[in-house]
Design a protein around this ligand. Structure first.
Ligand SMILES: Cc1ncc(COP(=O)(O)O)c(C=O)c1O
Length: 456
């Protein structure tokens, strides 16, 4: 544990206290929510015509309930002497190792899966793009026009999936929000895995379509929902991820393809964490299962992980991609992808395909890490060892404290708390890189095992 221990509490007592704080706050929030459902008192108008009696919570930023919740957690952590593990400043590009405040750490907190971010060829491609185009596309592509590098990246991604076309957006999160939010609407139904990413949920909310979730990776539950409800809706979209970002596992894609065909639904797969990670040459979940690109209707992915850039993409048939390019608000009313980042992503994709040994090494590292954890009884949940590996610890406070202790031992790994995962399922989330050495992996598992043993 770092920092002072102002109350002389043991780690266990701190965890209990923090859990109680969280629970108390959750109860308060529930009560507030229930009260909010009651009809509001009418706002009284004063003689001067100005509205009186407007509560602070409706006119002050510090009274927003979510912000109040953040403040409770932050000040609880501070009082208990738990340093915030977030927003650390890295001195350089972060791969298997990183430097923070002049100190070197083994790093598990970056999506640099194939060690391509910071690669000299990727950097050079980005620099060349700056020399040619400057740093910004300076307006929406429809208005300001195209840059050849944006088109080259989209063509490469379409070829990778063996589909008609691809369109790139400036943010991975916005790609999901705008694509789902724009394409689907009220008479439609969207069925999603219970553990999908926030960007998918936000897109569904924006769409106005009816939303139903099925238990994680449970295609039989999905099938049951479709049997019950398909006929009541117009279009139906099923959304799954290639690799789940909190648990590191993946769906049985061929079953989902079969089901979507049978029920005339669209299937969308978010490959944020599976591109570069699954399949013999990193082509993602479809290569892993030997599924044809055209078997999935909407391939989504991000440029911020394996491709060492920033942005998202949608690949699929012409009618889908052309439609989004002409009308999706997050494309049409947003600036075109920066040529610099398009060049970095394009070069990363070339390197991924040219050097499949990176993918092999990443997969071997993931398997090794899971195996080492299991040998010492660390709970990695259902993760098979594909780049994202959780160490499930229990309460949020515990995860925060263990992350700080790992940091003190020269290991940078992020804790994941409620509400990103259920309370009681807080964890350290390890992002594995192809560049991690066996020694680094062993040192990390030993350190975690020792810390957890000392806490028992
Ligand atoms: C599954 C998934 N989809 C979408 C996103 C959003 O991508 P980005 O961070 O590139 O905006 C993420 C982010 O990590 C993710 O995990």
């Amino acid at each position: 544990m770092t920092g002072k221990n102002p109350f002389g509490l043991s780690d266990g007592m701190k965890e209990q206290l923090a859990a109680e704080l969280l629970a108390r706050h959750a109860r308060k929030k529930e009560k507030k929510k229930a009260n909010a459902r009651l009809p509001k008192k009418p706002v009284r108008k004063s003689l001067s015509g100005r509205n009186d009696g407007i509560p602070d919570e409706f006119c002050r930023f510090d009274k927003f309930p979510n912000y109040e919740e953040i403040r409770v957690i932050e000040s609880g952590g501070k009082q208990l002497g738990i340093k915030s593990p977030f927003f650390k400043t890295h001195d350089q590009s972060a791969g298997a190792t990183t430097q923070i405040a002049g100190q070197e750490y083994i790093n598990f907190a970056s999506y640099n899966y194939l060690d391509l971010c910071g690669h000299p060829q990727v950097n050079q491609a980005a620099k060349d793009a700056i020399d040619r185009y400057g740093t910004s596309a300076s307006a929406s592509r429809m208005v300001s026009g195209e840059r050849a590098i944006q088109q080259e990246l989209e063509r490469s991604l379409a070829d990778l999936y063996e589909v008609d076309d691809c369109v790139a957006f400036v943010s991975g999160h916005a790609t999901n929000v705008t694509t789902i939010g724009y394409l689907f609407e009220k008479p439609d139904l969207i069925l999603h895995d219970a553990l999908v990413h926030n960007s998918i949920l936000q897109g569904i909310q924006l769409s106005g379509a009816r939303r139903m979730s099925f238990a994680h990776n449970d295609w039989e539950a999905l099938e049951t929902l479709l049997e019950q409800h398909r006929k009541d809706f117009e279009r139906v979209l099923i959304v799954v991820e290639g690799i789940y970002s909190m648990d590191g596992d993946f769906p049985d894609l061929p079953e989902f393809v079969r089901i979507k065909r049978q029920h005339k639904a669209f299937l969308m797969v978010d490959e944020a964490h599976s591109l570069g990670v699954m399949g013999a040459t990193g082509k993602g979940i479809r290569e892993h299962f030997g599924v044809a690109g055209k078997d999935v209707d909407i391939w989504m992915g991000t440029m911020s992980k394996t491709l060492s850039g920033c942005g998202g993409y949608i690949a699929g048939e012409q009618a889908l991609v052309h439609h989004l390019r002409i009308s999706a608000p997050g494309f049409l009313y947003s600036v075109g992808m920066s040529p610099t980042l398009a060049a970095a992503a394009n070069e990363s994709l070339k390197l991924m395909l040219a050097e499949p040994e990176r993918v092999k090494q990443l997969q071997a590292n993931g398997k090794r890490f899971v195996g080492l954890c299991q040998q010492v009884g660390i709970d990695t949940g259902v993760a098979p060892g594909f780049a994202v590996i959780p160490a499930i610890l229990g309460g949020s406070a515990r995860a925060g404290m263990v992350a700080n202790q790992m940091f003190d031992r020269g290991i940078n790994v992020q804790p994941i708390f409620y509400p990103a995962v259920e309370e009681g399922m807080a964890r350290l989330r390890f992002f594995i890189s192809s560049a991690h050495t066996e020694e680094q992996l062993r040192y990390t598992v030993d350190a975690l095992s020792e810390i957890l043993a000392a806490k028992k």
